[in-house]
Write a protein that binds this ligand. Structure first.
Ligand code: ZN
Length: 469
C-alpha cells in the first residue's frame, strides 16, 4: 500500500520499549474497577514503563512517587480483554447474502472459493479493520487463526504481523493450515490446501522469525491445523511434535458441530477427542475453539489434560452449532476463554459484545445465579490469558503488564444503571473510551490514536466488494 496515503500518522510507532526510568502515572480513583482477582484497586493503579507497579486502595494515595496523574473518576477500569479465536480475513465477507442462513459445512463450502481469491493487500486491510474493531472494544491482546495460503499468499502471516505492529497490540498469530483437499475426502477445494512439507517449513520459519518468549512478549506464533475435516492426520501429528520441540502452543477447531463428529467417525473411525488424543494433541499446550459436542468422559479427559477451550457464543448461535458446556469443563480442569470467531460467522469483532452474549447464552444453559458478569469478564481476561499460556496479562496486579481498558458510562443505555461492572454487560457497553497496552495509550476519547479510520474503511469496503464480484 506504499503508493497510497498512510493509514497511520508517523508518531504512532508502536512497541518501543519503555526504559526502567520511565515516568510514573497514577490512574486515579476509577468509578469502578474489575481486577480479575481479590485485590483492591479502588484508589487506582500506578503504571511505570510497561507494567503496573502499585495498586492503590480505596481512599489511599500511592506510596510510589508520582510524576503524572490521570483522573479516572468517570471511567470503569478492566484488564485489557483477550480474544482467543478469530479469522481476521473474514471481515471481507461479513453478512454475505449467500451464507446468511447456512450452518457450518455448507457455509464453508460456499465461502472457500471466495476466500481463495484473497490477496496480500486485501488481507492487510482486513487485519487492520479486525484489529481496530477489537481495540475499540477494549481488547489488548488477540489471536488470529489464518489457514488460507493460496498461491500468492505464502506470506500471509508476515502481512498479519505488520498489521498488528501498526496497531500497537499484542498478538499470538497462529499459523493455520489446510492439507486435506476435497479429492482426498476433505472439505476444502484442492487449490486452497498446501503440502505437509510446505506447512511445516513455513511454521518453522515463522517461529524463528517472530516468536517472542517470556514476560511482556508482543508477538507470538502458535501452530494451528484448521480442523479435522480440512487437514491430514500427519499434519496434526507433525504440528504437535514441532510445537513440542519449539515450545509453542497448539490451536484448532474441535467439536463445533455434529457434522464434524460424523465426519470424524466416517473418516477416522473415532470421535473428535479420540482423534485429538491419537495425534498427540490432548495436552495443556492445546486450546480448542468451540468445544461444544463432548460427552462426559471426553470432558473428564480434556480437563485432566488441562486442554483449554475458547467459547465463541455468537458464532455458535449464528451457525446454530450448539452450546459449550463451560461449567462442566471448568469443573473438570479445562480453562475457558472467550473468542469472537471469524467475522463471517459473528459478524462483529467486539469483545464486550461477545462477553454480553456469553452471559446470556450460558444463562440459558446453567441459570442466572451461576453465570455472573464477573465470571464472564474473568473468561474474557484471565481465562483467555491462560489459554495462550500467559501469566503476565489478564488481570490487574503488581508486576502485570499495564494492559487496560476503560469504559465511560455516559450514553443513554447506561442512564439509571447502578452497579458499574454489571452495567458494562447488562446495558451493553461496546466501545472503550481509553485503552492502554504495555503502558502506552492506544485509544483516547474513543478513537485509535493516529489511525485514519475513514480511509481504512473506504479501502476495506472496496476490496470486500471486489472479492465477491
Ligand atoms: Zn473459527
Amino acid at each position: 500500500m506504499s503508493e497510497l496515503s498512510p493509514l497511520f500518522k508517523p508518531q504512532n510507532k508502536p512497541q518501543d520499549k519503555p526504559s526502567s526510568t520511565s515516568k510514573t502515572l497514577w490512574i486515579k480513583n476509577p468509578q469502578a474497577v474489575f481486577t480479575g482477582n481479590d485485590l483492591d484497586a479502588a484508589g487506582g493503579i500506578v503504571v511505570q514503563g510497561s507494567k503496573i507497579v502499585e495498586l492503590v486502595g480505596a481512599g489511599q494515595a500511592p506510596v510510589t512517587p508520582i510524576d503524572e496523574t490521570e483522573d479516572a473518576s468517570q471511567l470503569v477500569m478492566l484488564p485489557g480483554l483477550i480474544n482467543t479465536h478469530h479469522h481476521f480475513y473474514q471481515t471481507l465477507t461479513r453478512a454475505w447474502a449467500p451464507v446468511v442462513n447456512q450452518p457450518l459445512f455448507p457455509w464453508l463450502k460456499t465461502l472457500y472459493p471466495v476466500w481463495a481469491k484473497l490477496t496480500p493487500n486485501a488481507l492487510s486491510l482486513a487485519c487492520d479493520v479486525a484489529l481496530a474493531e477489537l481495540l475499540l472494544s477494549g481488547c489488548t491482546t488477540t489471536t488470529d487463526h489464518h489457514y488460507l495460503f493460496p498461491t500468492g499468499m505464502e506470506d500471509a502471516i508476515d502481512v498479519q504481523v505488520d498489521s498488528v505492529k501498526r496497531m500497537g497490540m499484542r498478538a499470538l498469530l497462529t499459523r493455520g493450515s489446510m492439507s486435506l483437499g476435497e479429492d482426498e475426502g476433505g472439505l476444502p477445494p484442492r487449490h486452497t490446501v498446501q503440502s505437509g512439507d510446505a506447512i511445516l517449513k513455513d511454521s518453522q520459519r515463522l517461529i524463528n522469525t517472530y516468536h517472542e518468549r517470556g514476560e511482556g512478549a508482543w508477538m507470538q506464533i502458535a501452530l494451528a491445523p484448521c480442523s479435522p475435516f480440512s487437514v491430514t492426520r500427519e499434519i496434526m501429528a507433525d504440528s504437535a511434535q514441532l510445537a513440542k520441540d519449539e515450545d509453542v502452543r497448539l490451536h484448532t477447531h474441535l467439536a463445533e458441530t455434529l457434522d464434524e463428529e460424523d465426519f470424524c467417525l466416517k473418516m477416522f473411525g473415532m470421535r473428535t477427542v479420540d482423534y485429538l488424543e491419537s495425534v498427540g494433541w490432548l495436552s495443556d499446550r492445546t486450546w480448542l475453539a468451540h468445544g461444544i459436542h463432548f460427552n462426559e468422559d471426553e470432558i473428564r479427559r480434556l480437563g485432566a489434560a488441562g486442554t483449554g477451550i475458547t467459547h465463541c457464543p455468537v458464532s455458535n448461535m449464528r451457525l446454530a452449532s450448539g452450546m459449550c458446556p463451560t461449567l462442566e469443563l471448568i469443573e473438570a480442569g479445562s480453562p475457558i476463554g472467550l473468542g469472537v470467531d471469524g467475522s463471517a460467522s459473528n459478524d462483529a469483532s467486539n469483545m464486550m459484545y461477545e462477553a454480553r452474549q456469553a452471559l446470556y447464552l450460558q444463562r440459558l444453559k446453567y441459570g442466572a445465579a451461576k453465570i455472573t458478569p464477573e465470571l464472564i469478564l474473568g473468561w474474557a481476561t484471565k481465562g483467555s490469558a491462560s489459554l495462550i499460556g500467559r501469566s503476565d496479562i489478564g488481570e490487574i496486579a503488581v508486576g502485570k503488564q499495564a494492559d487496560l481498558a476503560f469504559f465511560k458510562l455516559d450514553e443513554l443505555r447506561f442512564s439509571g444503571s447502578h452497579d458499574p461492572i454489571s452495567a458494562l454487560l447488562l446495558c451493553g457497553a461496546d466501545k472503550a473510551e481509553q485503552v492502554m497496552i504495555g503502558g502506552k495509550w492506544r485509544v483516547k476519547e474513543g478513537q485509535i490514536i493516529g489511525l485514519d479510520t475513514q480511509t481504512l474503511m473506504a479501502r476495506h469496503r472496496a476490496v470486500a466488494a471486489q472479492l465477491v464480484s
